[in-house]
Ligand binder design. Structure first.
Ligand SMILES: [Zn+2]
Length: 250
């Protein structure tokens, strides 16, 4: 298979935050301070993310992954180093070994960066904007979200999202997701919009409240409206909580 690069749709969120929609498959972001800029996630690997970020900022770039899944860290290859929570390194390793990725590596001569650990509460100071990484184990063990309190934005990867996947082998129990989200409640009044790993526009922060309430209902056994959910040759269960919103679980 010939490997050709593609380009995301670039949508400004404000004058220093950009949403990069990669073919509606995954979404990554650029946040520019006045000293450096952060790239949050890199989609599946078919974009040169560094070059795409250069279309909106010339500042030094740091790359931060919300988690280790290949549809988010796949494009890390355009960076020399990238941040990731250590608990997700095995997932990233698995993704880098996919045959399609190996074929691209061989054809394009690309290589993946070394990974720097992210600690819970770690602050990334971009100059004028500080993003705080907060652990949110659930979808994956090493999922993090990033709070940009200045812009009142929460970058949530796959951790807080309309379709929350908790059915994967690496996903943690629903109760863990609830505990993770409750831990963020003291910060809930610091963001108005959520920027997920799969969206084409900012989502109202009420998603957080609706998702937490739904997870609590699910943990309490209110599953009378739940349905089977086929995924990649398996069948999980889906807990709908609004139109086009669901928690998928084991
Ligand atoms: Zn994921």
């Amino acid at each position: 298979m010939e490997y050709t690069l593609r380009h995301p749709e670039i949508h400004p969120v404000n004058d220093h935050v950009w949403l990069m929609d990669d073919n509606h498959e995954a979404t990554f972001y650029v946040v520019a301070g006045n000293k450096q800029a952060m790239v949050i996630d890199t989609s599946i690997g078919m974009c040169n993310v560094r070059e795409e970020a250069r279309k909106v900022t010339q500042l030094p770039l740091i790359c931060v992954n919300t988690h280790g899944h290949g549809d988010h860290m796949g494009g890390n290859w355009s960076f020399d180093k990238a941040y990731m929570h250590p608990s997700d390194l095995p997932l990233a390793q698995e993704a880098m070994e996919w045959p399609e990725v190996q074929a691209a590596i061989n054809q394009m001569g690309i290589r993946y960066p070394g990974f720097e650990p992210i600690a819970d509460g770690q602050i990334f100071d971009l100059g004028g904007i500080a993003l705080q990484a907060l652990c949110l184990p659930g979808h994956t063990p090493g999922e993090i979200v990033l709070l940009d309190a200045k812009d009142r934005l929460l970058f949530s990867g796959d951790g807080i999202i309309e379709h929350l996947w908790l059915q994967l082998p690496e996903s943690l129990p629903v109760q863990t997701q609830i505990d993770s989200m409750r831990r963020l409640l003291p910060l809930r009044d610091q963001f108005d919009h959520i920027l997920t790993g799969h969206c084409s526009a900012p989502v109202d922060a009420s998603l957080f409240d609706a998702l937490l309430a739904a997870a609590e209902d699910l943990a309490a056994g209110k599953t009378e409206n739940d349905i089977d959910y086929p995924w990649l040759g398996n069948v999980g269960r889906a807990h709908p909580y609004a139109e086009n919103r669901r928690i998928v679980y084991k």
